[in-house]
Design a protein around this ligand. Structure first.
Ligand code: SIN
Length: 294
C-alpha cells in the first residue's frame, strides 16, 4: 500500500549566527532571514562582510524601511560585484541595472512576470547569481514573494537519486514561458533586444546539480518555468523527472514567504533557491525594482 507522505526531517539548519555588526532573525526553518535595524545604503565594510556571510547561509535576506532611491539601490547592489545584463528590460532612465517590475491595477492576467517557480534567467550561458528587489508600491494583500531552498531539497534526496542527478545537464530556455505568456496576454513577451530574445529562446544546458562557489554546497538547478529537457534524454524520459524535482523542491517545508512592505528590500541567491511572485492581487498596483548581479 502507498505510504502517507511524511515530513522531511534531519537537515534543517537556518539558525542565526552571532555577528558583531549586524543582527539576523530567521523567518522559517528552511531559509530566509530578516536583517534587523540596519541601513543597507550606509553599511560599513565590516557589516557588509557579515551580511555576505549571512546571505550565503540564509539564501534570502530582507530589510524593512529602506526606501532606497534608484541610485542607492544600484550602489548597494554594486558592492556584490558586476551587474548582469537583463534579458527583459533596458532598466530605468539613467540607471540601466535597475529594472522595473510593475503590474498595473487594471492588468488582469493568469500570467504575471515571475509568477511560476523559477530561478532568474537560467537560459543565459551565465545566469545572474544574485537578485535584489525593492518594493515601492504594494497591494493591500497578495503579491508576496515565496522562495524554496534548492540545496536543502538536494540534501533531502536519497543518495541513489543524488548520484543519478549529479552528471546530468538540464536544458533551460524561455520558449515555454514565452508561448504561455503570449497565449494568455495576446501580445509578445518583451525582451531588452532582438538579440536577448534569440538567446533566451535558444537557451543553454547547465549542470542540474551545482556546487555553490562560496559555500561548496550542492544544490538542484531546475525549475518549472525554464527547464525544458535533460541532455541525452527523450521528452518522455525527462518530463517526469523534471516535474518530480520541481514538486520536491517546492514542498512547503523547504520554503519561506515574504509579505512585502513599502520601502522593503529583499535579496536572494539564485544558485541556491527558486522563487515566485504570487499573482493574486487583481485590481491593485504593485511597483517593484530589481537589480541582478553577474
Ligand atoms: C522576480 O522573479 O525576479 C521578481 C519576483 C517578484 O516580483 O516578487
Amino acid at each position: 500500500m502507498r505510504e502517507v507522505k511524511l515530513s522531511p526531517s534531519g537537515a534543517f539548519d537556518n539558525a542565526a549566527r552571532e555577528y558583531r555588526h549586524i543582527t539576523v532573525a530567521p523567518i522559517s526553518s528552511s531559509m530566509g532571514a530578516e536583517l534587523v535595524g540596519l541601513r543597507l545604503a550606509e553599511l560599513t565594510d565590516e557589516a557588509f562582510d557579515e551580511l555576505r556571510h549571512a546571505f550565503w547561509r540564509h539564501k534570502m535576506l530582507f530589510a524593512r524601511n529602506q526606501n532606497l532611491t534608484h541610485a542607492e539601490h544600484e550602489g548597494f547592489a554594486a558592492r556584490f560585484g558586476p551587474f548582469a545584463r537583463d534579458a527583459y528590460t533596458q532598466g530605468v532612465p539613467g540607471h540601466r541595472p535597475v529594472q522595473p517590475i510593475i503590474k498595473e491595477a487594471d492588468h488582469r492576467s493568469k500570467a504575471m512576470f515571475g509568477s511560476g517557480w523559477h530561478t532568474d534567467s537560467p537560459f543565459l550561458a551565465s545566469p545572474p547569481s544574485i537578485t535584489i528587489l525593492r518594493a515601492v508600491e504594494i497591494p493591500p494583500y497578495g503579491g508576496d514573494t515565496v522562495w524554496a531552498d534548492t540545496a536543502l531539497a538536494f540534501r533531502m534526496l536519497s543518495p541513489t537519486m543524488q548520484d543519478m542527478l549529479r552528471p546530468l545537464k538540464v536544458r533551460m530556455s524561455a520558449a515555454a514561458n514565452m508561448a504561455t505568456q503570449e497565449k494568455v496576454s495576446g501580445k509578445p513577451l518583451a525582451f531588452a533586444s532582438d538579440e536577448s530574445r534569440e538567446a533566451a529562446l535558444a537557451g543553454t544546458a547547465h549542470p542540474l546539480v551545482r556546487k555553490h562557489p562560496e559555500t561548496g554546497e550542492e544544490a538542484l538547478y531546475v525549475d518549472e518555468v525554464y527547464a525544458i529537457g535533460i541532455d541525452g534524454m527523450t521528452e518522455e524520459e525527462s518530463r517526469p523527472l523534471l516535474d518530480f524535482l520541481t514538486r520536491h523542491i517546492t514542498q512547503h517545508a523547504f520554503t519561506c514567504r515574504l509579505r512585502w512592505e513599502v520601502g522593503m528590500v529583499a535579496m536572494w541567491d539564485n544558485r541556491a533557491c527558486l522563487h515566485l511572485a504570487a499573482n493574486d492581487f487583481d485590481g491593485y498596483r504593485r511597483e517593484m525594482y530589481r537589480t541582478t548581479l553577474a
